[in-house]
Design a protein around this ligand. Structure first.
Ligand SMILES: *[C@@H]1O[C@H](CO)[C@@H](O)[C@H](O)[C@H]1NC(C)=O
Ligand SMILES: *[C@@H]1O[C@H](CO)[C@@H](O)[C@H](O)[C@H]1NC(C)=O
Ligand SMILES: *[C@@H]1O[C@H](CO)[C@@H](O)[C@H](O)[C@H]1NC(C)=O
Ligand SMILES: *[C@@H]1O[C@H](CO)[C@@H](O)[C@H](O)[C@H]1NC(C)=O
Ligand SMILES: *[C@@H]1O[C@H](CO)[C@@H](O)[C@H](O)[C@H]1NC(C)=O
Length: 387
């Protein structure tokens, strides 16, 4: 072989190796046919409304013009995700009326935790449907949907095809309530941190169970800065007294970051244990913290005040939440109503974000710039060697 062609040969091999190892070049769009979502109120699209009490007006006013099972004036991040993938908005698995699961199902319920709680919903606000039960529901849905699809007719129209389970996007947004409920039990920050490893063990088990049922593409949101939320600041005066330079509770956010650091490590571990899984870790914490602390620069107002609520420093009163009514002289009066312009507000009801805030967060995450690995949403099925 003469030197010139030998160099060309080596160069060719180098280009070939570069192509094989370069994440950008090797990843193709995924065409997800369905989404299966797991989580809490950040992504509940109707479960708590179907099973317990409907989200009252003015929830839903901005986009749906009526309550639509969501704790927001409009769409949630999961709605923007579905829409951007060309899929219909997800119905809650527990919603027996009018649901169409042909392109996915939503197992999230407001108040859900990863670990089952030892308190009831009326005691603590915790949903009885913790992540392990959401996983059991998914398993049941996976099996029964295929039995019914075979009956044809409307069943075939309302239920997903078998092959969708391996090509779907599996989204997760949960963990915030596991942390906040510890404080409701009067735990110290150190005590809350101490149970985080157990919470993550149980999270890990669910992801493995979904993988065993065919799940391959996982999109996992980390937990947000709960220490910046009006309800946390109102309910825990001691924690609200220890604020950072922007006005968020430092210990609560420290716990959230502690959880996120370990969640990120867990994701790295799961990539090794689940060789066919593509797992994307999405840093919504940083985005929510940026939105709240730089609200003005981003065109938003009053990030620490609920748009819809009833009085107090944060316009949040736990016994008069968004939509609360009182009866005066036989007439019902809405005393926790919406603010004038939710489109410039961050916090909808002191716990959840406005549609405008959810949309801003979604726009930042869609291209992958806050993800690990940094792949865009529509390419999140591609397994990349990043560890
Ligand atoms: C519920 O109680 C059991 C038994 O004491 C305990 O192991 C578990 O950690 C508790 N769960 C929570 C979320 O506190
Ligand atoms: C269910 O949704 C799919 C996708 O949007 C649609 O094609 C189908 O017609 C719907 N079926 C029924 C019965 O609404
Ligand atoms: C937590 O402490 C508050 C104030 O001392 C008390 O009213 C409440 O009952 C305590 N909660 C629990 C679950 O122990
Ligand atoms: C919440 O609202 C009720 C009814 O208006 C009021 O009595 C109570 O003092 C309020 N609580 C706080 C903490 O502001
Ligand atoms: C991702 O999108 C955001 C919001 O549109 C934009 O600011 C950012 O520069 C984009 N990042 C990349 C890597 O394209």
């Amino acid at each position: 072989m003469e030197p010139y062609s030998f160099e060309k040969f080596i160069f060719g091999i180098l280009v070939w190796v570069a192509l094989l190892t370069s994440p950008c070049i090797s990843s193709a769009p995924c065409n997800f046919p369905a989404i299966f979502n797991f989580g809490d109120s950040n992504s509940d699209t109707g479960a708590i409304s179907a099973v317990f009490s409907p989200a009252p007006p003015p929830n839903g006013e901005t986009y749906f013009q009526a309550p639509a099972g969501r704790f927001s004036d409009g769409r949630l991040i999961i709605d923007f995700i579905a829409d951007s993938l060309g899929l219909p908005l997800l119905n809650a698995y527990l919603d027996a009326v009018g649901s169409n699961f042909s392109h996915g199902a939503n197992f999230a319920t407001a108040g859900s935790t990863i670990r089952p709680q030892n308190t009831t919903r009326s005691q603590s606000g915790a949903s009885p449907i913790s992540l392990d039960f959401q996983s059991a529901e998914f398993s049941s849905f996976r099996t029964r949907s295929q039995i019914f699809r075979k009956k044809g007719g409307v069943f075939a129209e309302l239920l997903p095809k078998e092959e969708y389970f391996s090509s779907a996007l599996y989204t997760f947004d949960i963990g915030q309530n596991d942390l906040v409920y510890g404080y409701k039990l009067n735990f110290t920050t150190e005590q809350v941190k101490a149970y985080v490893p157990d919470v993550l063990d149980q999270y890990s088990k669910v992801i493995k169970d979904v993988y065993a049922l065919g799940g391959r593409a996982f999109w996992i949101h980390n937990t947000g800065p709960a220490g910046c939320l009006p309800y946390v600041l109102e309910l825990f005066p001691i924690l609200a007294a220890q604020v950072d330079k922007h006005g968020c509770s430092a210990p609560v956010n420290e716990v959230a970051q502690f959880f996120n650091q370990r969640l990120k490590e867990l994701v790295g571990q799961l990539r090794k244990e689940l060789p066919l899984a593509a797992i994307t870790y999405v840093d919504v914490y940083t985005l929510k913290y940026t939105l709240i602390t730089k609200a003005k620069e981003l065109g938003f107002e009053h990030p620490f005040v609920a748009c819809c609520g009833h009085g107090g420093k944060y316009n949040f009163n736990n016994s008069r939440r968004c939509g609360a009514k009182i009866t005066v002289g036989g007439k019902e009066i809405l005393i926790a109503n919406s603010c004038k312009n939710p489109s410039v507000r961050v916090s909808w009801d002191g716990i959840h974000f406005t549609e405008a805030a959810n949309h801003w967060i979604f726009q930042q995450i869609i291209n992958g710039s806050f993800s690990d690995p940094p792949v865009p949403l529509n390419r999140a099925c591609n397994k990349l060697d990043i560890n």
